[in-house]
Design a protein around this ligand. Structure first.
Ligand code: HEC
Length: 198
């Protein structure tokens, strides 16, 4: 008697059972969204973007203008972390549970992956000007998607914003609130992002 035979038979039947058990669920994805789009924005994308935007640039406080840049290895790693989060969030936005359509939404989410990845490279190279410039590009990707899918959260200075943006209780009030919860430098950079630069 060949002792290997029962094992082979067992493997074959396990494989078949597995194939049968899997086939009805074949079109179901194993992942499961925990955050909806708004929560992903509020808890992941926005804090990461704020960290990135706050990393390099000029801030104005009572003592005058200061140039901000990451000062240590850890601070540069924090900028990389932020860029990774922004880039990977683009992938999370493409998940079927979050995608609002399978056309422009996907294109814009891909743009977030792309700009996030380039933002990451600039941080890895400790390229201060690159981080500043990619922060501006990143801001454009954010606001392009908001212009299309959530115009009420655009800054009032954005010509594509809608009137509800002026109401304090609207999403715009909350969105600007997030900016101001960061360090002074981040809020300053953020304010600059809304008017002059990005
Ligand atoms: C693919 C489209 C898309 C991209 C790209 C995108 N967003 Fe959003 N964002 C949305 C939508 C849609 C909403 C409105 C969600 C809702 O209220 O249901 C939103 C809402 C927000 C809000 C408001 C959240 C709240 O609490 O109401 C913030 C802040 C925000 N986004 C930040 C960002 C930042 C920062 C970026 C870029 C780094 C970005 N978003 C990129 C689609 C996008």
């Amino acid at each position: 008697m060949n002792p290997a035979l029962p094992l082979k038979t067992l493997l074959a039947s396990t494989f078949l059972a597995g194939a049968v058990a899997c086939s009805p669920a074949a079109d179901e994805e194993p992942y499961r969204a925990v955050a909806d789009v708004q929560e992903l924005m509020f808890h992941v994308v926005e804090p990461a973007a704020q960290t990135y935007w706050g990393a390099v640039g000029w801030i104005l406080d009572e003592e005058g203008e200061h140039y901000l840049r990451p000062e240590s290895e850890e601070e540069w790693i924090a900028v990389e972390n932020a860029a990774f989060m922004v880039a990977e969030s683009g992938n999370l936005l493409m998940m079927a549970e979050r995608a609002l359509d399978d056309d422009a939404w996907i294109t814009m989410s891909r743009s977030l992956v792309d700009v996030g990845e380039r933002a990451l490279r600039a941080a890895e190279e400790m390229d201060e000007q690159g981080v500043f410039d990619l922060g501006a590009e990143m801001y454009q990707v954010c606001s392009n998607c908001h212009a299309r899918y959530s115009p009420e959260i655009l800054r009032p200075s954005d010509e594509r914003s809608v009137d509800e943006a002026a109401t304090a209780d609207g999403p715009m009030g909350r969105a600007t609130g997030h900016g101001q919860t960061g360090a002074g430098g981040q809020a300053g950079r953020d304010a600059g992002a809304g008017t002059g630069g990005p």
